[in-house]
Ligand binder design. Structure first.
Ligand code: ACO
Length: 362
């Protein structure tokens, strides 16, 4: 194959039993199970178990009392650097040198610690740490996460975050998952592989920005007319945030599932969001009959996270927590292949030449 596939689009580099979105049908299944059967119905740690182990038990262990090593003011950076320090701190061996069972247990431990780091970092240094005894009273990993962050979280907020984590836990060969697999393929340790994946979340093209959806919702609340607002945006040639998708040619299945969760939880912005969605879909269909422009995950994720009182500055870190599940599954799957990822590039630089021919030689 000598054709360059820019951005690896369409290249199938891995075989996976974990998940790959059904782009035409608008479905997402974790090891064959539709996400709608899982999100808001099966706790996140058991979804982690399904993705990593292929069964619901035993899932994730509770996180250990371990302080986040760095406080940079950016939660995602604190988590990436904290994870990178786990190998020397815990004496983790390279994935190459451990059994699949050991690798799986290390990934579980790293995942639980990543959530703990996010929670501690989100709480900030102004507030005292939540006592470990209080955290131990929490019911499940997401309740622990929210308790570490807030001390006494509203159970409805815990349920919202749990549903969001499961909805965003895995999405096939996306940039951060690919990154994690590449690093794992070198035989690196579990924490280094996860830390690298976290780094890929820092880019706005992957990390997501549901906050732009909320800005539009706030504007609709202010003017009180979703259709007029939608027409105004489109007349100005601007895009409606939370609609359209690069790969799905049908409704994003995560949007569908999170809409259901938002309704079940009674999210206060459910009605305005629904009015916005209805007006947007009608207007987009009328103006762009040639395109399928449906609701994407960011739209309803914004409503769910807003309901749980998650500040917009935390959205990327919440996405990071969720995706630790998919990363763990893929890192383990990659370790089992034992194969180094090493693609090729088509060279298009200068032909053979003397060093003296290069600018700056003298
Ligand atoms: N609002 C209005 N028009 C839109 C929208 C939108 N949200 N999305 C696409 N269009 C129009 C474009 O203007 C374009 O029109 P043109 O052909 O006249 O130029 C046409 O539909 C196709 O647009 P593309 O950019 O080719 O669509 P693509 O599928 O490549 O882009 C994208 C997908 C970037 C997500 C786009 O739909 C968009 O900008 N949406 C709004 C931002 C958003 O919601 N981002 C979150 C995506 S979900 C995620 O990343 C996990």
């Amino acid at each position: 194959m000598s054709e360059v596939q820019h951005g690896l689009e369409g290249v199938i580099a891995f075989e996976t039993e974990i998940a790959e979105p059904d782009k035409e049908g608008g479905a997402l299944r974790y090891r064959g199970v539709d996400i709608d059967d899982l999100v808001g119905r099966v706790p996140f740690e058991r979804v982690w178990g399904l993705l990593v182990d292929g069964r619901f038990d035993p899932g994730l262990p509770p996180d250990e009392p371990f302080r986040v090593p760095m406080r940079t003011g950016d939660v995602r950076v604190d988590v990436q650097s904290g994870l990178a320090m786990l190998a020397p701190t815990w004496g983790l061996q390279p994935l190459l040198d451990v059994s699949a069972e050991e690798a799986r247990d290390q990934l579980a431990r790293v995942t639980a610690t990543a959530l703990s780091f996010v929670a501690q970092s989100a709480r900030g240094i102004e507030l005292p740490m939540v006592p470990e005894k209080r955290v131990d009273e929490a019911n499940g990993i997401v309740d622990r996460f929210m308790t570490r962050w807030r001390g006494d979280p509203d159970p409805q907020h815990v349920a919202a975050v749990d549903a969001y984590f499961s909805s965003a836990a895995e999405h096939g060969m996306n940039a951060s998952t690919f990154t994690g697999r590449v690093v794992a393929s070198t035989g690196a340790d579990a924490a280094a592989s996860m830390s690298a994946a976290v780094g890929a979340m820092s880019g706005p093209l992957h990390g997501g920005a549901p906050s732009r959806v909320l800005a539009m919702i706030e504007e609709i609340e202010r003017i009180g007319d979703a259709t007029a607002y939608v027409k105004g945006v489109l007349d100005r040639g601007e895009r409606l945030m939370g609609f359209g998708h690069r790969v799905y040619r049908a409704e994003d299945p995560r949007a569908r599932t999170l809409r259901r969760v938002a309704r079940e939880l009674g999210a206060p912005r459910y009605e305005v969001a629904e009015a916005f969605e209805k007006a947007a879909l009608a207007e987009l269909a009328a103006r762009r009959p040639d395109r399928v422009l449906a609701t994407n995950v960011e739209f309803w994720a914004a409503i769910i996270l807003d309901f749980a009182e998650i500040p917009a500055s935390m959205f990327t870190s919440m996405f990071t927590c969720a995706r630790t599940a998919g990363w763990s599954a893929h890192i383990l799957e990659q370790k089992k292949t034992g194969r180094l990822v090493r693609p090729s590039a088509k060279y298009s630089g200068p032909g053979p030449r003397e060093a003296a021919a290069v600018d700056g030689w003298n």
